[in-house]
Design a binder for this molecule. Structure first.
Ligand code: SF4
Length: 390
C-alpha cells in the first residue's frame, strides 16, 4: 500500500453542483499516459515497433499484464533485460497509486482508494463470495448525475477515467487474488460491476473499450465472460441504445429508484431529460436485442420511495418484461436526511412486487461498513473515516 499520510494536496475539487444540475461533459484536464489497456493489439504492436523493437514484444508484455498479472518488469524474463524498462515505459506506465485499503467481512471485502496521476481519487471494491469474486469499479472520478441521496453525486464530476484506468482496477484485484492476498486462497475475478463512482454511459467510449479489454482473450485482454459484467446507468437513453448495438451481451442495470416521474425527477435528476417511460422502453429494447435480463436497481429510502402504492406501480410498469428487480437498502451517508426503509416496509415492498409477478431480490449490503456499497464511493469524504484499516 502507498503512504497513507501522503494525502493529495494538489487535488482540484470540482464545484459542487446545485440541485438538479447535470454534468455530461468531463471537465478538460490532462490525460493519463497511454497504457496497453487503452490500445488494441495492433496499436500495441505499432507502439513497440515505433521504438525500434520487434512487434512480438507487445504480445509478450500483454501476456504478462493480462494473463500472468505481473506488474514488475524485472519478472519479464522472456524480454531481454536491457529492453524491459523501455518496453514497460511505452506499454505499462504507472497509472494509479493505492493510497490505502480498507477491509471488512474478514478481509473478503476490500476497498482500495486510488490516486490517479493528476491527484484525482477513485475507489474500487473487491467482494469475494463463496462462488464468485466481484470487482466494483469506478468509471469516472466523481459523477455529474447529481442524485441527491448519493455522496459521490454531491461532490460533482472531476473527470472521466481512461480505459486503462478502469481496466487497471480489475487487473489489480485479479493480482491480489492470484497472489493469495484475499482470504480463501488464490482465485480469479469472475464478475465486474460498473457501480462505483461515476455514470459509465457518460464516459461511453472509455467504458466500451474497457468492456472489450475485459472480455477479449489473452493477450489482447483479460478473457472474462461478458455475462459476468454489469453496466449500470441512471438512464442515458441514447447510450443505452448504442450499447445494445455493440454486440457485447453484458447485463444492463437501470437505476430506477422511482416508478413515477414526479419523484424520479428529484431522486434521479437525469429523469428530467429522459423520463421513466423512455428509460424503460430503452431497457426493453436492450433486453430484446441482447436477450439479457435487465436489472432494475431500486434503492429503498425511508418514506421517500418505499410506499406500497409505488411497489404496485413498479410491478405494473415491469409486468411481462425480461426483468429482475434488485432492491437496495439505502446506505445512509453521514449527515444525510436519506436513510434506509423500515424492515416492515421493505418486506411489504417485496411482497407486492412478487404478488405482481416480478422477480425480486434484496441486495446484500456487503461493504456497508467500509462505505463500499453503491452511492457511497466518495473518496474525499471517506479519507477521514478509516475503519478496520490494514
Ligand atoms: S447514484 Fe450513481 S449516477 Fe447518481 S450521482 Fe451517484 S454515482 Fe452518479
Amino acid at each position: 500500500m502507498g503512504d497513507w499520510s501522503a494525502m493529495p494536496e494538489d487535488l482540484e475539487t470540482p464545484r459542487r453542483p446545485v440541485p438538479g444540475e447535470l454534468t455530461f461533459d468531463s471537465p478538460r484536464r490532462g490525460k493519463p499516459r497511454r497504457h496497453l489497456a487503452d490500445l488494441t493489439m495492433a496499436q500495441r504492436r505499432e507502439a513497440i515497433t515505433a521504438i525500434g523493437l520487434p512487434a512480438f514484444r507487445a504480445d509478450q508484455v500483454s501476456r504478462h499484464y493480462f494473463s500472468r498479472l505481473g506488474d514488475d518488469p524485472a519478472g519479464w524474463t522472456d524480454v531481454p533485460a536491457g529492453q524491459r524498462e523501455q518496453v514497460s515505459d511505452v506499454l505499462t506506465p504507472p497509472l494509479m497509486t493505492a493510497l490505502r485499503e480498507l477491509t471488512a467481512d474478514g478481509g473478503t471485502t476490500r476497498k482500495t482508494l486510488w490516486r490517479l496521476f493528476d491527484g484525482a481519487l477513485v475507489e474500487s471494491v473487491l467482494m469475494r463470495y463463496p462462488d464468485r469474486v466481484t470487482m466494483c469499479v469506478s468509471s469516472q472520478a466523481g459523477c455529474g448525475m447529481n442524485c441527491p441521496f448519493c455522496a459521490t453525486g454531491q461532490a460533482g464530476l472531476t473527470r472521466n477515467l481512461s480505459t486503462a484506468e478502469i481496466v487497471e482496477q480489475v487487473v489489480s484485484g485479479a493480482r491480489s487474488l492470484a497472489r493469495g492476498d484475499v482470504p480463501g486462497g488464490p482465485g480469479r475475478v469472475s464478475n465486474v460491476v460498473f457501480m462505483g463512482m461515476g455514470e459509465p454511459m457518460a464516459n461511453y467510449r472509455s467504458m466500451v473499450a474497457a468492456l472489450h479489454r475485459l472480455t477479449e482473450r489473452s493477450p489482447a485482454g483479460l478473457g472474462m465472460s461478458a455475462r459476468g459484467i454489469t453496466v449500470s446507468t441512471v438512464g442515458l437513453v441514447p447510450r443505452m441504445r448504442q450499447l445494445a448495438s455493440e454486440g457485447l451481451p453484458v447485463t444492463l442495470a437501470l437505476s430506477l429508484h422511482a416508478p413515477d416521474d414526479e419523484l424520479r425527477d428529484t431522486l434521479v435528476p437525469v429523469n428530467t431529460r429522459w423520463n421513466v417511460s423512455e428509460v424503460l422502453d430503452a431497457a426493453w429494447e436492450y433486453a430484446a436485442t441482447t436477450h439479457r435480463r435487465v436489472s432494475i436497481e431500486y434503492a429503498l429510502i425511508k418514506d421517500i420511495n418505499d410506499q406500497g402504492w409505488r411497489a404496485d406501480l413498479l410491478a405494473k410498469r415491469l409486468r411481462r418484461k425480461l426483468v429482475h428487480v434488485n432492491l437496495i437498502p439505502l446506505n445512509p451517508t453521514p449527515g444525510s436526511m436519506w436513510t434506509a426503509s423500515r424492515p416492515a416496509d421493505e418486506r411489504e415492498f417485496v411482497r407486492r412486487l412478487q404478488a405482481g409477478g416480478i422477480a425480486v431480490t434484496v441486495r446484500d449490503t456487503r461493504g456497508r461498513e467500509i462505505d463500499g456499497a453503491c452511492g457511497q464511493l466518495a473518496a474525499v469524504g471517506s479519507l477521514s473515516r478509516p475503519l478496520d484499516a490494514e
